[in-house]
Design a binder for this molecule. Structure first.
Ligand code: BGC
Length: 380
């Protein structure tokens, strides 16, 4: 009897201590501060999500944009590992899509034209003769509604919504998109998209963070080791429009099946790299089956930061920051120079509306577009 009593007390104490510790540890939180006003006078906010170990993501409802992302290096030092700006007016003026949700269509549509159910649509040609990242006022340049913020299970999340009206930027159908960012207790930044339309349309949003895992944006990304889980990529023409072909990466500088230094082959005399002024291509992810799986990984040897990208999308755009040119000023007044940030944008293939051989980007009324992409951080 005494033994039983002792056992019960022991169990009670152990459970008591455990729940007390986890309560104490669970200091995940969300803070909301002003991020200024847009040129139209709309108030925008900055939401700081902190997980139980202190990792942080700062998100503004202007463009549903990741403004800052603090992750530990191998010594536990938290540093900001994404490029961006200090205030909303710089995001309004900016042309780099730092950290934003891009839409309705991530990447390019040739000559801004596509045909759907026999009707031709003309979109803005805001990138030479082509359409890029949703047009003149894409999802990155509008104020989103904040649906909810929540801190639980050692992590924190924010859900944002944008309704793009029928005809906006030339696209058919009113599209309602909700994007939820979750910072988990395991240092994952998960991005969930969900969208519906009231008319047939095309839809292909993506996330456009520029990562510099070194934590110091004065360093280039050329020493980072990149892996992309793809046997093929979609070659482009001189205007960076996909040709419709899939090409093997084997024996080319596009082969990242094993982790490889980005700088190792970026200056090779390879036509695709000349067209992109470096890497600016879509890779065809292996074994696409609409489930979330490992697409890419990135390692920065000095800090020891290691990132995995998981997605349910068929493609990933690796853009090595070739258009960063040191003009303008980023966070803390510092300009971002050539190749000091890189994007890994999970997506459908560029110009899919004009390439029936590519997976379809059509969205119909009654269907729900979904995407899950996870950027997961470790150290090595
Ligand atoms: C594109 C680049 C473009 C950049 C804009 C990337 O997604 O692939 O060609 O210049 O976005 O910042």
């Amino acid at each position: 009897m005494n033994k039983l009593f002792a056992a019960i007390i022991t169990v009670a104490i152990v459970f008591g201590i455990t729940s007390c510790q986890s309560n104490k540890k669970d200091n995940a939180m969300i803070e909301k501060t002003s991020f200024g006003k847009t040129s139209k006078g709309e108030e925008v906010y900055l939401y700081t999500l902190t997980n139980e170990s202190g990792a942080q993501v700062k998100i503004t409802n202007f463009g549903a944009t990741v403004v800052a992302l603090y992750m530990p290096d191998r010594n536990g030092n938290l540093q900001d590992i994404v490029l961006g700006y200090d205030n909303v007016s710089d995001y309004e003026k900016g042309t780099s899509y730092f950290g934003a949700i891009v839409g309705r269509y991530g990447n390019r549509i040739g000559k801004g034209k596509f045909t759907l159910d026999g009707k031709e649509y003309q979109l803005a040609t805001n990138n030479g003769e082509n359409h890029l990242h949703g047009g003149n006022i894409g999802f990155n340049k509008v104020v989103w509604q904040v649906l909810k913020t929540d801190a639980a299970d050692g992590g924190a999340e924010i859900a944002l919504k944008y309704v793009s009206k029928d005809g906006e930027e030339g696209y058919p159908g009113t599209v309602a998109l909700t994007v939820t960012y979750k910072l988990t207790k395991d240092n994952e930044l998960e991005i969930d998209y969900s969208a519906t339309t009231d008319k047939p349309t095309i839809f292909n949003p993506t996330h456009h963070s520029y990562f510099n895992l070194s934590g110091n944006p004065e360093n280039t990304i050329l020493d980072n080791e990149l892996m992309i889980n793809a046997d093929k990529f979609t070659p482009v023409d001189a205007g960076l429009i996909t040709t419709g072909k899939l090409e093997d990466v084997a024996n080319t500088p596009m082969d990242f099946r094993k982790p490889t230094r980005i700088g190792a082959r970026i200056e090779d005399n390879f036509e695709q790299l000349k067209f992109g002024k470096g890497y600016d291509h879509n890779w065809v992810l292996n074994n696409y089956d609409k489930t979330v799986k490992l697409a890419a990984s990135l390692y920065e040897p000095k800090s020891g930061r290691f990132m995995e990208v998981l997605t349910d999308q068929p493609g990933i755009q690796f853009y090595s920051g070739n258009f960063l040119d040191g003009t303008g000023s980023g966070k803390n007044g510092k300009p971002y120079k050539f190749r000091t940030g890189l994007c890994l944008e999970t997506q459908h293939f560029p110009d899919s509306p004009n390439k029936p051989e590519f997976p379809s980007v059509r969205l119909d009324p009654g269907d729900t577009y979904r995407q899950t992409t996870i950027y997961k951080f470790f150290t090595k």
